[in-house]
Structure formats: structure tokens, C-alpha cells
Design a protein around this ligand. Structure first.
Ligand SMILES: Cc1ncc(COP(=O)(O)O)c(C=O)c1O
Length: 371
């Protein structure tokens, strides 16, 4: 009999459980032989991409026989201008997920990384893949008055030890939607020792109330140990193209670039991202659609007698007070794909992405039926 290769994998990889993505519509329809399904499972933008991005893709599609610009000169320059920082502060990633993985530049089996319970599933994967230790901070309790299951700054700080090199903070956090106020976040950063790189994951930043969004350039000046990660997958609606970036000091960007693949962002993604940055109307419409959808869903869920966590993202975590997985499966059968979050240790919750008005209504109606 052939020997299993599991024993050949590194200890971290042997224990690793892969990331579970949202179920694609095509897969569900193939499996159940149904049509007309909706996917509210991966926090994508239901408005679709900017027409400017689509035009840019069309315009540049004849050039895909060439490698992309490895440094992403034009996009990097545009992002530097947007954030009012030198180009050397920007690192492009194949989605912001790619940047999260570049933090392996700081982690070995002798090191640890700190992140909160119920925070983004990629953090433990990144840490474990390199055999580093995860120091997981206890989150606020479900009974917390304002931020149930949210990041607790004190708990995060108390998980730092001499071996810690990286701390991940998602603001707002996925899958909870909870957030830290700017002054609280600042007080936290003030207390993080110099030997810890703080990765502030702002994947949903544009969905937050304006008063909650940091002025990134002054933060980079004030906190040289900070890496801010941003994405074009959410509000810019380019999830399928895989493009994101980080903002840090040039010194940290240089270290990230040492472990970055030479052509990690593709040519069409670079061009589409560049064009998207010029479409302010698409951005405003996306924010408005999300705000209206959030209000509708929060009210409709309350009317169904369901509690949901406060959210500053384009998704809501709903407390079903019963096992979430069977409810998820019943919704699937009716062509509504949401996200079960038992893998986040939240077995009684499901997470729903805020969709178009029509999708939100269908979700509420279907949820009421299956409950
Ligand atoms: C908190 C958070 N960070 C990062 C990402 C990664 O997004 P992407 O790689 O598409 O930029 C996600 C995706 O859902 C997320 O929820």
C-alpha cells in the first residue's frame, strides 16, 4: 500500500483545516437541479462592478499574453496619491488575503501571532501554515452591552508575549460585523510593543460610518509597526479578479515584497482597480444600497424575533438560538445561500451578506418559512 504523505507535511500543515468558502450558485444549482438561486454568502457587492472597471478590462484584455507589471506602477502610484503617501508605502496583493499571508515574513515556529476569537478565518490559517503559535484573545461576551463577540482590546494586549511578532485586528470584523471606535483602536496601538507588527485589516472600511475610518497616512506616520490592508473585493466589487493592497512604512513594505510572488496581481485586475478608483458614483451607490439594506434587514429580523450582532460591514451575523447548520441547509434547498459560521465557534449563528432590496426580501421571506 502507498504510504500517506501526511507525515511528510510540516507539523503546522498536518493540523491545518482549509478555508471554507461560500458555496457558489452554480455548484448549488448543479447539485439540486434548481435555478434562480441567490448567493448572500461571501460579502460580495450585489451592485456588480463599476462600468469603468468593465471598460478597462475590455480595453486591456488583448494584452494578457504579456506578464503584468510586477510592481503595478500605475495602480501603486494612484493608491499612493489617494492616501497621500509615497509609492514605497504600497504593496499590491492578490486580494488582501495575499497580504495577510505575506506576514509570514515575520513568523516562524518560535514566534506567535495574536488575534481575537471569532475573527477572520484566514488569520489562524496563515499562522499555522508557518508553524507559528496562535495566541487567541477572548472576545467580549455575547451579553456585552454594545459589542457582543467583538474584539476586546485588553484581552488582545494581554496575549502579547516576547515571542509575538504579529497582531491581526479586523475593523470591522468578519464574521461578527463588530468594530472598535477610533480612539479605542488608537489606545490599543499606543500600547502594542515595538516588536509586534499590527495588521489592521480594513476590508470593509468603506462601509463604516465616516467617523470610524482612520486617516491612514497619519496612522502610518504615528505607528511605524502598522500594516493596513485594504481590498478591491468588497465595495469596489472586484472579488473575482483578486486584488488588494497594504499600506505601511517603506521599510515594512520592502520586507513584504521580499516574500511576494513576482507577478502576484494580474494585468486586468490592476487596470480594473485603477478604473474603479475613479468611479465615485459606484462607490456612493454601493454605500447607500448597503445602508438601506442593513436597515431593512435589521428591522425585518427583529420583527421575526431574531437578534443580530451590530454590524459596520456589508453583512449581518444572526443569532438563531438554535443550530445554524440545519437552517443553512434548508435555505440552500430554497435557493438561498448564506454562510454557516459553526467553524468560527458560532454554531447558533448564520451570516448573511446584505444584498439588493429584492435579494434581502427573498432572504427574509425564506428564513421566515424555514424557521
Ligand atoms: C476581514 C477580511 N479580511 C480580508 C478578506 C480577504 O478579502 P480579499 O482577499 O478578497 O481581499 C476578507 C474576505 O472576506 C475579510 O472578510
Amino acid at each position: 500500500m502507498r504510504k500517506s504523505f501526511l507525515s511528510l507535511a510540516t507539523p503546522g500543515v498536518q493540523q491545518l483545516r482549509p478555508y471554507l468558502p461560500g458555496k457558489p450558485v452554480e455548484e448549488l444549482e448543479r447539485e439540486l437541479g434548481i435555478s434562480g438561486s441567490i448567493k448572500l454568502a461571501s460579502n460580495e457587492n450585489p451592485l456588480g462592478p463599476s462600468t469603468k472597471a468593465l471598460e478597462a478590462i475590455q480595453k486591456h484584455s488583448g494584452s494578457i499574453n504579456y506578464y503584468p507589471d510586477g510592481g503595478g506602477y500605475k495602480l501603486t502610484a494612484r493608491l499612493a496619491q489617494k492616501h497621500n503617501l509615497p509609492t514605497q508605502c504600497i504593496t499590491l496583493g492578490n486580494g488582501s488575503n495575499d497580504i495577510l499571508e505575506l506576514t509570514r515574513a515575520f513568523l516562524t515556529p518560535e514566534h506567535s501571532a495574536v488575534f481575537s476569537e471569532y475573527s477572520f478565518a484566514v488569520y489562524p490559517i496563515v499562522v499555522q501554515a508557518v508553524g507559528a503559535k496562535a495566541n487567541i484573545a477572548t472576545a467580549y461576551l455575547e451579553t456585552h452591552s454594545t459589542m457582543p463577540l467583538g474584539h476586546d482590546p485588553q484581552a488582545l494586549l494581554s496575549c502579547i508575549d516576547d515571542s509575538t511578532r504579529v497582531m491581526f485586528i479586523a475593523n470591522p470584523n468578519n464574521p461578527t460585523g463588530t468594530w472598535l471606535e477610533l480612539d479605542v483602536l488608537k489606545q490599543l496601538l499606543d500600547k502594542v510593543p515595538d516588536h509586534v507588527i499590527v495588521v489592521l485589516d480594513l476590508a470593509y472600511n468603506e462601509y463604516m460610518d465616516e467617523a470610524l475610518r482612520p486617516e491612514i497616512n497619519t496612522w502610518i506616520d504615528g505607528y511605524p509597526n502598522l500594516i493596513v490592508t485594504c481590498t478591491f473585493s468588497k465595495i469596489y466589487a472586484l472579488a473575482g479578479l483578486r486584488i488588494g493592497y497594504s499600506i505601511s512604512t517603506p521599510e515594512i513594505a520592502d520586507l513584504l515584497n521580499r516574500v511576494r510572488q513576482p507577478f502576484n496581481t494580474n494585468l486586468l485586475a490592476q487596470e480594473a482597480a485603477l478604473a474603479s478608483l475613479d468611479d465615485k458614483i459606484h462607490l456612493t451607490q454601493s454605500v447607500s444600497l448597503n445602508n438601506a439594506g442593513k436597515k431593512y434587514l435589521q428591522q425585518a429580523l427583529a420583527e421575526l424575533g431574531l437578534e443580530s450582532l451590530p454590524s459596520m460591514g456589508n453583512f449581518i451575523a444572526i443569532n438563531l438560538k438554535q443550530e445554524g447548520l440545519p437552517v443553512y441547509e434548508k435555505l440552500l434547498k430554497k435557493g438561498v445561500i448564506v454562510r454557516p459560521v459553526a467553524n468560527y465557534n458560532m454554531p447558533e449563528y448564520i451570516r448573511v451578506t446584505i444584498g439588493t432590496a429584492e435579494q434581502n426580501q427573498r432572504f427574509v421571506k425564506t428564513l421566515a418559512e424555514v424557521l
